[in-house]
Design a protein around this ligand. Sequence first.
Ligand SMILES: Cc1cc2nc3c(=O)[nH]c(=O)nc-3n(C[C@H](O)[C@H](O)[C@H](O)COP(=O)(O)O)c2cc1C
Ligand SMILES: Nc1ncnc2c1ncn2[C@@H]1O[C@H](COP(=O)(O)OP(=O)(O)OP(=O)(O)O)[C@@H](O)[C@H]1O
Length: 145
Amino acid sequence: MANPQTVVAQGTFDILHPGHVHYLEQAATMGEELVVIVARTSNVDHKERPICSARQRRDVVAALEVVDEAILGHEEDIFVPIEEIEPDVIALGHDQHHDDDAIEAELASRGIDCTVERAEPREPGHDGELLSTRLIIDRIIERRA
Ligand SMILES: Cc1cc2nc3c(=O)[nH]c(=O)nc-3n(C[C@H](O)[C@H](O)[C@H](O)COP(=O)(O)O)c2cc1C
Ligand SMILES: Nc1ncnc2c1ncn2[C@@H]1O[C@H](COP(=O)(O)OP(=O)(O)OP(=O)(O)O)[C@@H](O)[C@H]1O
């Protein structure tokens, strides 16, 4: 296709689990090409510091079949990669703390024509399925302490 619709997804992706896969699969259905921006460790300041390096997190996301490209985010200005990619859609995760309206306003002020969509959460499909990095780490601490 000459002009595929590009979707951007983003997140920390520290220790991948099926919730991440679900989010990325949903994001992929919003267009034809999926580019994932992996958060720099210095920008993950709203929760515990990731266990894996940004490069490792990026490499594992890039290996997923549904992902066309995974890149490391910008250290200072999260809209720099967006300006470079020029996506048609930004897919926000169901629980991402970003304000949809604030993102849309910033896109408009930079002249980027792009819609902002929210993905749906995925609930555990069986007993004991861990769909959160924090819950996986809590389980490791509990079982290996
Ligand atoms: C549109 C958009 C672009 C982003 N670009 C970057 C970026 O370039 N660099 C970065 O470190 N984080 C970027 N982020 C932020 C993180 O990917 C992410 O929202 C947050 O730091 C990780 O939190 P989460 O995994 O709980 O969502 C971006 C977020 C959004 C919504
Ligand atoms: N169970 C889930 N269902 C749908 N999307 C999910 C799920 N878990 C994570 N995601 C999405 O994956 C993206 C990256 O998530 P993130 O790296 O913060 O993982 P997390 O497991 O939610 O982390 P933590 O549990 O440490 O807060 C986010 O957009 C988030 O909404």
